[in-house]
Write a new protein. Structure first.
Length: 410
């Protein structure tokens, strides 16, 4: 019995110790659980913070006005932002994960290197014409930045390339326009002084020719010669009037102009001449009201002049396409109301490449009897409205004049 009591006593003692150990273990587990919960909460906070940072960086990337394309070491496109979609003319879904050389390289400027990142640092930036699949040409600047980063899992160094594209089409057009304006201003000052000097003897010549015609009554040959003189004087006077209009243009009287309605009115006005020349009309006006602040009469001169030139460029008939749309390069990101692009395209004779930079200069004409002032006046009117005008043309295939005007804030 005594032996049993001793055994029971030891058992009770062991049980108490076991209970104490269990209690201590419970406390440690509780402490560990609490610490684990705190760590889990911290981890969740870190993950949420990383997600917020990721979303924030993604928003910044998508809001950049420059196109950003990231290509990994295997030549696959991993990043393609919204501006890149607009500049290159391809959807993100179609490009992401694709082979860069096959999908994008054929569209890029000739100056773009064949290998990225380029072995020659001098090729890491440049400028040229990017041609979208739809045929639209965009003047772009590009910069290639090599990127080296450590993989968070394998700890290996991973190489990739960041390619940044900037649409400088409008900037280059503005630079060309500024250069042309500078030349035209100098020529205009000379032209005004010459015009006034020429007009005085012209008046005397016309008066004398009229007197000669009266004295030559009954002599048909002499009267015919005097008629030639008077007609020549009037022709020169018409050129001088255009020259003065070019040099001292009429100041615009600005008012709201709804472009789509305005263009339809112009096309109705030109319809008889167009139909007589056997020219088909195609219009493509984007939906919505494009409001500009402009002088309707002066803008009418612009579009009538350009459309009439297009008709004359198709002596055997053809197709005239008039379109109006938001300028693509300013849609995203948008500043102010943006711009409207009006394009007048024909299927006519086209303009030689070496002449395309000269057609807006005064006295330059590709027509035998042209004075070369029509497009110079058009250029001045467009400029007075804060717009720009450009041309793309190919001999034998036609021309496309694009007039860009600032939209009115509603």
């Amino acid at each position: 019995m005594l032996q049993l009591d001793k055994v029971l006593c030891k058992f009770d003692l062991s049980a108490e110790r076991l209970q104490d150990s269990y209690n201590q273990l419970q406390q440690q587990i509780g402490s560990l659980n609490l610490e684990l919960e705190e760590k889990n909460e911290q981890l969740k906070c870190n993950l949420r913070e990383k997600e917020r940072s990721k979303d924030h960086l993604y928003s910044i990337l998508e809001s950049l006005p420059s196109g950003v394309v990231v290509v990994d070491g295997e030549g696959k496109v991993t990043t393609f932002n919204r501006a890149a979609e607009l500049i290159i003319g391809k959807a993100k879904e179609a490009v992401t994960g694709s082979d860069f050389k096959q999908m994008l390289k054929p569209l890029l400027p000739h100056a773009f290197p064949n290998i990225i990142p380029p072995s020659d640092p001098g090729l890491s930036e440049g400028e040229g014409v990017l041609t979208q699949e739809q045929g639209r040409e965009v003047q772009v600047q590009f910069t290639i930045i090599p990127l080296r980063e450590q993989d968070s899992v394998t700890r290996k160094i991973v190489e990739s390339s960041i390619i940044i594209f900037q649409d400088v089409t409008r900037l280059r057009r503005l630079e060309e326009q500024a250069e042309r304006t500078s030349r035209l201003t100098a020529m205009g000052e000379i032209a005004v002084s010459i015009a006034h000097e020429v007009r005085n003897p012209l008046g005397s010549i016309e008066l004398l020719a009229t007197l000669l015609k009266q004295e030559a009554k009954g002599d048909a040959d002499k009267q015919k010669l005097t008629d030639y003189i008077v007609a020549g004087v009037k022709s020169i006077d018409y050129i001088i009037n255009n020259l003065l209009l070019f040099s001292k243009p009429q100041p615009p009287i600005f008012q709201q102009v709804t472009i789509n309605t305005f263009l339809n009115d112009v096309l109705i006005f030109i319809a008889p001449s167009r139909k007589l020349a056997q020219i088909e009309l195609v219009t493509a006006f984007a939906e919505g009201e494009f409001l500009v602040l402009g002088d309707a009469e002066l803008l009418k001169q612009v579009f009538l002049n350009v459309i009439w030139n297009a008709i004359q460029a198709m002596p055997y008939g053809g197709e005239l396409i008039v379109s109006a749309e938001l300028e693509k390069s300013t849609v995203h990101p948008s500043k102010g109301a943006g711009y409207v692009e009006i394009t007048i395209a024909d299927s006519g004779m086209g303009i030689a490449e070496e002449d395309q930079d000269k057609i807006f200069n005064p006295f330059f004409s590709t027509k035998e009897k042209g004075a070369g002032l029509g497009l110079a006046i058009v250029h001045n009117i467009v400029e007075a409205h804060g717009g720009i005008i450009g041309v793309e043309s190919e001999l034998g295939k036609g021309s496309a004049f694009t007039i860009t005007l600032p939209l009115l804030d509603k």
